[in-house]
Design a protein. Structure first.
Length: 367
């Protein structure tokens, strides 16, 4: 499986990075959009929302530099059920909006708390204790705040948050400025958290909660003056790949667990068959679950092959027939299905299989 990944390029920085090469990504070029740097005008917000309206909140979203962290608000607005928001950041992003109340990278968490009725709880991890004290008391009362100092002292508040949210899905937003400059380079002041620490916290989220989606920001943009620009790009390329691989692995595992659960619980034969086929061909041969799905497909061999023929999944169809075996009469039936759905590749394979099983009946010329 491959987790849905969206790359939102505002500064042009992602064109210099390569972490996404070879992956199935949705590239969105916003380099010509105005009114978006740090603050988002109403016109820009309307344009961005229009362009992402067909996409949902699931998967992984790369949002460019921390200047565009407010994009997380747009993605979470797509969630139409109660959820909690977990933010890893070196800053609170809970400042009161300035500049005529425009949404900004420094106010978006506060805006989510005040405007999104589906947000049940927010947990912000990584800013300094001083930064939290600068936030409005009314806002802080609605937030589980874990400072960088508290991150080093223990995780009691974090575990309490996870316990409270075991039955509530979460959305995760990560700004790389929480990381040390040895591991990531951003255009904002940075924290002192290592990737291994972030990895541990993310593992704990996925182990305790259902994660709806995630986003990552904190690039070092080309317009930022730096004598080590290429070094900055190289470091971010490495850390983005690590974060993508970590999140992809966790989302894939989560989705597989959901499918396994649905397979056991559903009473709908078509849904059960679709899940069985998907999981059977995804799993490694040594995985015990593959045997479970294989035994089910033995019982529903005919409809399974017919569905693969209909969907023109011919490689899987051939593999299933080779593994399970089929008598000539059944091959004849599959041939009719292949003709019905105009699947010529399947027809050729099935004709060869029929020949291997004894060929075609010899014609008799007797009167």
């Amino acid at each position: 499986m491959n987790t849905k990944t969206v790359i939102m390029d505002f500064s042009g920085v992602y064109k210099e990075e390569k972490f996404y090469e070879g992956k199935d990504v949705r590239w969105m070029d916003f380099t010509k959009t105005t009114g978006v740097n740090c603050y988002c005008t109403e016109e820009a917000e309307e344009e961005i929302k229009e362009r992402i309206k067909e996409l949902d909140f699931s998967g992984i979203h790369f949002l460019d530099s921390g200047n565009y962290h407010y994009l997380s608000k747009f993605w979470t607005e797509k969630i139409e059920k109660p959820f909690s928001l977990v933010v890893f950041d070196n800053h609170t992003d809970m400042q009161e909006a300035s500049f005529w109340g425009l949404l900004s990278c420094g106010s978006w968490v506060r805006d989510c708390i005040l405007s999104n009725k589906y947000v049940k709880e927010v947990c912000v991890i990584g800013p300094s204790e001083k930064a939290f004290l600068e936030c409005e008391k009314e806002i802080l009362e609605k937030v589980t705040s874990i400072s960088r100092e508290e991150m080093k002292q223990g995780k009691s508040e974090w575990y309490e948050f996870l316990k409270r949210n075991q039955g509530i899905p979460v959305y995760v937003s990560l700004d790389k400025d929480i990381l040390t400059v040895e591991e990531a380079r951003t255009n904002w002041d940075q924290g002192d958290v290592s990737f291994e620490e972030i990895k541990e916290w993310l593992y704990e989220i996925f182990s305790q909660c259902f994660v709806l989606g995630a986003d990552v920001c904190g690039e070092h943009t080309p317009d930022t003056t730096s004598i080590t620009h290429q070094e900055d790009i190289d470091k971010n390329n490495i850390i983005n790949r690590k974060l993508w691989e970590l999140l992809d692995k966790k989302f894939t595992g989560q989705e597989e667990n959901q499918m396994d659960k649905m397979f056991l619980e559903t009473k709908q034969a078509d849904k059960k068959l679709n899940i069985a086929l998907l999981r059977y061909f995804d799993l490694e041969s040594e995985d015990k679950k593959k045997n479970i799905y294989g035994e089910y497909l033995k019982l529903r061999f005919r409809p399974a092959v017919e569905l693969l023929i209909k969907n023109k999944e011919n490689k899987k169809m051939a593999e299933l027939i080779k593994e399970q075996g089929a008598e000539r009469e059944l091959i004849d039936s599959f041939l009719k299905t292949a003709v019905k759905y105009n699947n010529q590749e399947a027809q050729i394979f099935l004709l060869r299989e029929k020949e291997n099983l004894g060929g075609f009946k010899a014609k008799s010329w007797e009167l």
